[in-house]
Design a binder for this molecule. Structure first.
Ligand code: GDP
Ligand code: MG
Length: 442
């Protein structure tokens, strides 16, 4: 499912055409892949529009390439489509925790009950399984065997009303110390018969007051899952969704996005017939996997850092705008210089360069080593000193030098730099009000 997406990402990163053309080409590839995976066409259209708009209107923060930035946008928008940032919590919030499984016949409920038993047993819970399906011959034995395989407790009756069996089963397993109790149901209804399915769910839910109702959906139904998931989501506030057979279909993108679009959550996905082939569904992990971005986290980290620095630059701009310069301003300025390399880049972003102000030579020649030294010096200052560097006398200088592993002369040099920036900013303010007075500036 969505295998072609990795290739599209590789092609995009490989460059070739212009940024704008590459974006359009990527979006076309993405659309084709999503539609092939049965994602709703209107949803694909909305997604492409959102990506295109952000890609062409927003600028990457300094230090981040446009292509990396674009992939971050694609990643974020895809995560939204597939369920959002928060991975669902699979931990029971209390014990005993009663999960009621519902879903149409053949969707994989009984298999999933066995998988869940295994999943929670492995996490150290004492698990109990209740079979209420008296229609399908063999259901009772199927689940009893699955229970044995994972060391879970079991309760079932060969005949009777499902809600009564459920109620007796939960009570019995509770008294035997089960901490997670999973109730399997018959679900003798086909697709299109949602009302009957929901009625059955309500009857059993009334009898056992489950902590969670899980709707089991076969991935092969693709985006047709939307109506079922929507009605289910409306009918039960404690509903989660388990998508099965994700291994056997190309329509997985359809079912996952359709469920997310209803506001319901996919909590687990089944990826095979075997009892351990069940995993908690994490939209972020899923999207980085289909994009083939093993290191998406480091990419996001890089962009996030750059954004923080950009905010710092804004602070410098604001401070300068208001003529409010202190050591914190200098710190933010030095950090952005260090990050961006040539000072000219930074000056481009500061109003300094837009006004007829001459910047001292020594400022332009600030080397990496000196910047690091100065950053250490500033880190050794107290809040009081940061806010008002003028109070830094000889004895404070000595303390700061010792604390930062530098010399008093280094501290002096930094303070001189601070004074020159302050003077420039002061002049800037005056020049600006002069300009304004003569109507030369808006
Ligand atoms: P139920 O009627 O809802 O209880 O469905 P079952 O649990 O009996 O499963 C129906 C069929 O789907 C069985 O053949 C299962 O082995 C198969 N099945 C269930 N989950 C998965 C899955 O995640 N992957 C695959 N490939 N098959 C599955
Ligand atoms: Mg069954």
């Amino acid at each position: 499912m969505l295998e072609g997406l990795r290739e599209a990402v590789r092609k995009f990163l490989g460059g070739g055409s212009t940024y704008k053309d590459s974006v359009e080409e990527f979006i076309r590839d993405l659309q084709r892949e999503l539609i092939r995976a049965d994602v709703n066409v209107a949803l694909v259209k909305r997604l492409s529009d959102a990506i295109r708009q952000r890609a062409l209107e927003q600028e990457p923060p300094p230090g981040v390439s446009r292509r990396d930035w674009f992939l971050k946008i694609v990643y974020e928008e895809l995560v939204k489509v597939f369920g959002g940032e928060e991975p669902p919590s699979v931990e029971p919030r209390k014990v005993p925790w009663v999960i009621l499984l519902v879903g149409v016949q053949g969707s994989g409920k009984t298999t999933t009950a066995g998988k869940l038993a295994r999943f929670y047993s492995a996490r150290g819970y004492r698990v109990g399984l209740v079979e209420t399906d008296t229609y399908r011959p063999g259901a009772l034995e199927q689940l009893r065997t699955l229970a044995q395989m994972s060391g879970a407790l079991f309760y079932g009756e060969p005949a009777g009303r499902a809600e009564e069996i459920a109620s007796r089963g939960v009570k019995e397993l509770e008294s035997r110390g089960a901490q997670v109790i999973i109730v399997d149901t018959a679900g003798r209804h086909g697709y299109g018969d949602e009302q009957a399915l929901l009625d059955e769910m309500r009857r059993i839910a009334d009898a056992v007051s489950p902590d969670e109702v899980a709707l089991v959906v076969d991935a092969a139904i693709g985006q047709r899952a939307f109506d079922l998931a929507r009605r289910f989501h409306e009918a039960t506030p404690i509903g989660t969704i388990i998508v099965t057979k994700l291994d056997g279909t190309a329509k997985g993108g359809g079912v996952l996005s359709a469920v997310a679009a209803t506001g319901a959550r996919v909590k687990f996905v089944g990826t095979g017939e075997k009892v351990d082939e069940l995993e908690p569904f994490d939209p972020q992990g899923f999207v980085s996997r289909i994009m083939g971005l093993g290191d998406i986290r480091s990419l996001l980290e890089r962009v996030r850092e750059a954004e923080a620095e950009e905010r710092a630059v804004k602070v410098v701009e604001e401070d300068i705008e208001k003529g409010r310069v202190n050591m914190r301003t200098i710190y933010a300025q030095l950090k952005s210089i260090r990050r961006l390399g040539p000072l000219s880049r930074v000056l481009e972003m500061l109003p300094l360069s837009t006004l007829p102000v001459k910047v001292g030579d020594e400022q332009v020649k600030l080397g990496e080593e000196k910047i690091n030294k100065w950053l250490h010096i500033i880190e050794s200052m107290t809040y009081e000193e940061l806010d008002d560097p003028d109070i830094i006398d000889r004895s404070r200088m000595r303390r700061i030098a010792v604390g930062s592993g530098t010399t008093v002369n280094d501290v002096k040099e930094l303070l001189a730099y601070y004074k020159s920036v302050k003077a420039v900013v002061k002049r800037l303010k005056r020049d600006r009000s002069l300009l304004r007075r003569f109507g030369l500036q808006a």
